[in-house]
Design a protein around this ligand. Structure first.
Ligand SMILES: NC(=O)c1ccc[n+]([C@@H]2O[C@H](COP(=O)([O-])OP(=O)(O)OC[C@H]3O[C@@H](n4cnc5c(N)ncnc54)[C@H](OP(=O)(O)O)[C@@H]3O)[C@@H](O)[C@H]2O)c1
Length: 326
């Protein structure tokens, strides 16, 4: 099969499409013929040598895909050859075929093309497992997502609205904020021209702040995130775009009874991933099927143009997801 190979650590130009061996499936795995795979910013870190695949997983890039089941291991009970599916991967999506444990596989939601379905598993599993399973965002609460136009952001806005939250976003341009508003965001903040802490306070009852924050910015936002959380607020950190080391005044944590959590989906066990995928099918797929949560695909590239796709995601000019088509 063909796959995108990282020829050495470095910039997008180190990616090459090459002929490689087909993956072999284990007894509890399915082999998917990939119709589409989606980019995640983490792929660029792996390309630079900063985000290695977990032991035992494919060394090729690609954390999600959609396609058709081509073979099943002898212990696989749910999936049949020919099923249209999408999957959460620990790696290997930038290829014509990928092997994945059956618990990480989802049906393509009715009404969604198999290509667009590739844009959903990683963002759905990340947002559901953090904002809902861990931070317990509930109807009537307020929710702030940084990077509102990112792959994560465009999904988080829609699923939080679907579950009855009031949604705040930050993004770096008016065009990105307009896209967030179209997806249902209630309060859109340009972090380049506004102080998000002041605006969040201004827009919340009694200037109390929001109940839950999903953050990918890390160090430079840590204190400010704490400053704009409500009493009993929950901060969930999934990335460190601004760095990893910071100082914090602990008094706010105590006075406001705050909770801070962080997690990386890729390094959780396949059992844990399967538990998340199961919850996503129960709680997110109905929203997708109803058309209340839509895939937002910015651009599709052929697999042979992975270099250009990586240049685009690193430019931050995109809104939503970027796909690769083998
Ligand atoms: N922990 C996990 O399991 C997990 C899983 C998936 C993703 N993630 C993380 O989630 C984040 C989003 O991933 P993605 O693939 O959806 O990314 P993406 O589509 O590439 O979007 C990233 C966005 O972040 C914004 N950004 C960059 N620097 C920023 C800054 N200093 N302050 C505020 N916004 C900034 C950019 O938009 P602007 O133009 O608005 O700046 C950019 O569009 C990444 O940090 C990724 O590593 C974590």
């Amino acid at each position: 099969m063909k796959a995108v190979v990282i020829t050495s650590e470095g910039g997008p130009e180190v990616l090459r499409i090459q002929e490689v061996g087909d993956p072999e499936i284990k007894e509890d795995e399915v082999l998917i013929r990939v119709s589409a795979s989606a980019l995640n910013l983490g792929d660029t870190y792996q390309r630079k040598g900063l985000f290695p695949p977990p032991p035992g997983s494919s060394t090729y890039l690609g954390l999600e895909c959609a396609g058709v089941v081509e073979a099943v291991g002898k212990n696989v009970s749910r999936w049949r050859i020919g099923d249209q599916v999408c999957a959460l991967l620990s790696g290997g999506g930038y290829a014509e075929k990928v092997a994945v444990p059956e618990g990480q596989v989802l049906p393509v939601p009715p009404g969604i093309s198999v290509t667009d379905a590739a844009s959903l598993p990683e963002v759905a599993c990340t947002v559901w497992s953090t904002v809902f399973m861990r931070s317990r965002l509930s109807a009537g609460e307020t929710f702030l997502v940084h990077g509102g136009s990112s792959g994560i952001g465009i999904f988080a806005i829609q699923i939080a609205k679907y579950h009855g939250a009031r949604v705040f976003v930050t993004a770096g341009s008016e065009e990105k904020l307009a896209a967030c508003k179209d997806l249902g965001a209630d309060v859109c903040i340009n972090y380049k021209t506004e102080d998000f802490v002041a605006r969040v306070k201004e827009e919340t009852e009694q200037k109390a702040g929001v109940d839950v924050i999903l953050d990918c910015v890390g160090a430079s936002y840590f204190q400010r995130n704490l400053d704009c959380l409500n009493f009993d607020g929950r901060l969930f950190i999934i990335g460190f775009l601004s760095g990893v080391v910071t100082q914090v005044d602990l008094r706010g944590l105590l006075a406001k009874r705050l909770t801070v959590q962080a997690a990386g989906l890729r390094y959780s066990s396949s059992e844990n991933k399967a538990a998340i995928v199961k919850e996503v099918e129960q709680n997110v797929w109905p929203a997708v099927t109803e058309g209340k949560v839509k895939p937002v695909v910015h651009k599709c590239f052929p697999l042979s143009e992975a270099v250009e796709a990586h240049r685009l995601i690193e430019s931050s000019k995109h809104i939503g997801k970027i796909l690769l088509l083998p």
